[in-house]
Ligand binder design. Structure first.
Ligand SMILES: Nc1ncnc2c1ncn2[C@@H]1O[C@H](COP(=O)(O)OP(=O)(O)OP(=O)(O)O)[C@@H](O)[C@H]1O
Length: 415
């Protein structure tokens, strides 16, 4: 998929800007504080319902305004999501390759903008099909507390449905948290991938989240066993398959991630992934684990076992543990994980997610920049790269790039 138009209103320092990007590489330059990252944040907001830097109410809305608005128009393959369990059928494009060679088969994403220009947020005028591709539109108005969204001309009742439409993978200065930060980052990574490739995952995830809320409320109110039994069963019925989806997703990602990590950080040795389901799954079914922990959970007032406590870890042959990774190595590993996720998405959905690379030059040395840019270019994915200057690695990476410049709250395309 590729974005053909992005309108941003009242986000950070922007009053109102519009970006008409190319389907390939787009570079956004500007001085410190000009608003380059804000452009990526706007895209991320539409795809995740939050910024990668903060929640909406923590500074995303322009000072003095009530809400921020983002409108995105994009082209995507009509085939949409192929409903296949991750890991069971990676698809024709799943032959993952290294950064040094050409990435997997390039989905055809060459269609241009629909040509139809729309004003106004967050309304959309419906879905426009055109052969193998279609144009989609999403608008989101977010005040931090409330939100209002439209997708293809219709109101959206759940933010998750809006976010599941546009797939964006963002690499930014905080991305190392995926490897060295809290488990929540790693659960989100799995869940984001699954939202997009497995149609049964989101309802299951919602069912689990609801059951967890209910069980926690009962624990807090010291409810009797007869009430908790039913919610334990419900939690387990949603939690077991949810956990299996995550495990299989991680298994499906692992080979591509290992190859990408070997290219980006070869000195670390062989990569392996370990999934931790959130309870001793090898010993007990979840329903039994919940029962065993019931008294402890009553005292604590929350559920201490289950997929909401899941995690996954990366280990490297040459290191004692992920704690031994330098910050730079953690960043390279996070980038490998994000690109592997993008690659897997492309293999299953036959369409690349949009890739955001914030401040690439300050994150990677010249040689790694060039490798990543070559890889992204060869993939056919649309990418948004930001930097105070043209990244040095871009000089070594041959091919077209569309340039934009941000200054004084304005966003301009440079010819
Ligand atoms: N809520 C807000 N209201 C108004 N202005 C804001 C708000 N939040 C941040 N800003 C300003 O918006 C700009 C944010 O810019 P952004 O982080 O996108 O810049 P950047 O070009 O990526 O900068 P850098 O190169 O320093 O990373 C900064 O000038 C910041 O002071």
């Amino acid at each position: 998929m590729h974005v053909t138009r992005l309108d941003i209103r009242r986000l950070r320092r922007f009053d109102e800007v519009q970006l008409l990007p190319s389907p390939g590489l787009n570079l956004i330059t500007g001085d410190n504080g000009a608003g380059k990252t804000s452009v990526l944040e706007a895209l991320h907001l539409m795809a995740y319902g939050r910024s990668f830097r903060a929640r909406v109410r923590d500074g995303l809305i322009r000072h003095g305004d009530e809400a921020t608005e983002v409108f995105v128009e994009w082209r995507e393959r009509r085939a949409g999501t192929v409903q296949t369990m991750p890991g069971t059928n990676p698809g024709a494009n799943a032959e993952a390759t290294s950064l040094a060679s050409t990435p997997p088969g390039r989905p055809d994403t060459t269609g241009g903008p629909s040509g139809e220009d729309r004003e106004g947020l967050p309304a959309g005028s419906g879905l426009i099909s055109d052969g193998a591709e279609r144009t989609r539109r999403a608008g989101l108005r977010h005040s931090g507390r409330d939100w209002e969204g439209r997708l293809d001309g219709r109101p959206v009742s759940q933010l998750g449905d809006l976010c599941a439409a546009l797939a964006v993978v963002s690499f930014e200065p905080g991305s190392h948290a995926l490897i060295t930060g809290a488990a929540e980052n790693r659960r989100r990574y799995l869940d984001w991938g699954l939202f997009h490739v497995e149609q049964h995952f989101l309802p299951l995830w919602r069912r689990y989240a609801r059951a967890l809320r209910q069980r926690n409320a009962l624990l807090k109110s010291r409810a009797g066993d007869e009430h908790l039994d039913a919610w334990d069963r419900e939690l387990a019925e949603a939690g077991e398959p949810l956990s299996q989806y995550r495990q299989r997703y991680l298994d499906a990602i692992e080979p591509g991630l290992a190859r990408l990590a070997a290219d980006l950080a070869p000195s670390l040795g062989t990569l392996r992934l370990e999934y931790q389901p959130g309870w001793r799954r090898e010993d007990f079914p979840l329903v039994d684990a919940l029962l065993f922990c019931r008294e402890r959970d009553r005292l604590a007032g929350f559920t201490s076992v289950g997929p909401h406590r899941a995690d996954w870890r990366i280990g490297f042959g040459a290191l004692p543990g992920r704690e031994a990774l330098s910050r730079g190595q953690a960043k390279l590993t996070a980038l490998a994980a994000l690109l592997a996720q993008a690659e897997h998405h492309a293999a299953i959905c036959l369409d690349w997610p949009v890739i955001g690379l914030d401040d690439l030059a300050s994150e990677l040395d010249r040689q790694h920049q060039a490798r990543v840019l070559d890889w992204v270019r060869a993939s056919g994915a649309q990418a948004f790269i930001t930097g105070t200057e043209v990244p040095p690695g871009l000089a070594a990476s041959k091919g077209a790039i569309t340039l934009f410049h941000v200054e004084h709250g304005m966003l301009q395309r440079l010819e």
